[in-house]
Design a protein around this ligand. Structure first.
Ligand SMILES: [Zn+2]
Length: 284
C-alpha cells in the first residue's frame, strides 16, 4: 500500500540487428516466435523469456503475460489501444501525449499507453508479466531479470512491463538454455547474415518507388489505361473516381485532394512522386 519497491533496474534497450530497418508494429512473421503462454515475441526475446520462465518455475514462481495482447503488439493493435485510452477533447489536469501532430488527453481512470510505433511491445521486445507485483514474484524478478537479459522501463509504476535489452548478444543463462533446447535453425540467420540483409534492405528502394519510375506523368485531358489505373488507385485510397480512363475535372480534383492530404505539391498532375504514393500503402 504505497510502499516503495526496492528496485530501479533500468537498462537501455540494445536493438537486435534484425530490427534496425523494421517499422515498429510491422515485424515480419519470420522475426516472431510464439511463446507457450500465448502471444509472440521477437525470437531473441522469446528465447530469453522461455529461459527465464523455466528458471522461475524451478523456484516455484509462475511467469506468464497478463494477456497474449501484452506481448508483441502490431501497430494497428497499439493504435486501437491508444484511442481507447486517449481522446482529443481536452481534459484538465490529465497527462497528454502528442500523436500525429495533435495533443491527446488520457481519459480518467485509464493507465498510460505508449503512442503507436513507440512502444517496445511493437518491436516484440516487451512483455507485461501477470501479477508482477505479487511479493514472491517481484522478489524473484528483482533477483533474476538481469541474468536473463531483461529490465524494467518505468519504475516503480509499471512493475509488469519488462523488455529484453541485450540485442544479439544473449546472456550466459539464455545461451545455456538454448544449448539445452536446440532449435532446427535460427529463424533469421546468423548475426552477420542479418547485418548483410539489413544493408541490402536499406539500399533497396521500396517496390512502389520502383514501379512509379516506370510510369509517365498524366494530367487533365489524358486518356487511356494509365488514367484508368490511376483512377482505380485513387478509389482504393478512398478518393472515389469512376475508372473510365478519362482524366477529367473530377479526377483532377481527386488528385489534388490526394496530393494535399499526402503533403505533396498540389499540381493535379500525377508525376512520379504522386504515382509512388498511389502505388504505396493505404493509410488511415
Ligand atoms: Zn507493457
Amino acid at each position: 500500500m504505497g510502499k516503495k519497491v526496492a528496485w530501479d533496474y533500468i537498462v537501455p534497450v540494445t536493438l537486435p540487428v534484425s530490427l534496425k530497418n523494421v517499422q515498429p508494429g510491422k515485424l515480419h512473421e519470420s522475426l516472431l516466435r510464439s511463446i507457450p503462454q500465448g502471444g509472440k515475441l521477437h525470437y531473441l526475446a522469446a528465447d530469453a523469456w522461455n529461459a527465464m520462465v523455466e528458471a522461475a518455475a524451478a523456484a516455484g514462481v509462475e511467469l506468464k503475460p497478463t494477456s497474449s495482447g501484452d506481448t508483441y503488439r502490431s501497430y494497428d493493435k497499439q493504435l486501437a489501444g491508444f484511442k481507447q485510452r486517449y481522446q482529443l477533447e481536452k481534459i484538465a489536469g490529465t497527462s497528454t501525449k502528442s500523436f500525429e501532430g495533435k495533443t491527446w488527453y488520457l481519459k480518467r481512470g485509464m493507465a498510460m499507453l505508449a503512442t503507436p510505433g513507440r512502444s517496445q511491445h511493437n518491436l516484440g521486445l516487451a512483455i507485461d508479466v501477470h501479477s508482477a507485483s505479487e511479493k514472491k514474484r517481484i522478489n524473484w524478478l528483482i533477483a533474476n531479470v538481469e541474468k536473463f537479459g531483461w529490465s524494467w522501463e518505468v519504475v516503480p509504476s509499471e512493475p509488469w512491463h519488462i523488455r529484453y535489452v541485450c540485442g544479439d548478444e544473449a546472456p550466459q543463462a539464455v545461451k545455456e538454455y538454448n544449448a539445452r533446447n536446440p532449435k532446427d535453425a535460427p529463424l533469421y540467420g546468423t548475426v552477420s547474415e542479418q547485418k548483410a540483409a539489413a544493408v541490402v534492405k536499406a539500399n533497396t528502394p521500396p517496390p512502389n518507388i520502383v514501379a512509379a519510375k516506370g510510369k509517365s506523368d498524366i494530367n487533365i485531358g489524358n486518356r487511356g489505361t494509365l488514367v484508368k489505373e490511376a483512377q482505380s488507385l485513387l478509389t482504393k485510397h478512398g478518393y472515389v473516381c469512376k475508372s473510365d480512363g478519362d482524366f477529367g475535372p473530377k479526377t483532377s480534383a481527386r488528385v489534388k485532394k490526394f496530393q494535399e492530404d499526402r503533403k505533396l505539391q498540389v499540381t493535379g498532375t500525377i508525376d512520379s512522386k504522386t504515382w509512388a504514393e498511389l502505388l504505396g500503402e493505404v493509410c488511415c
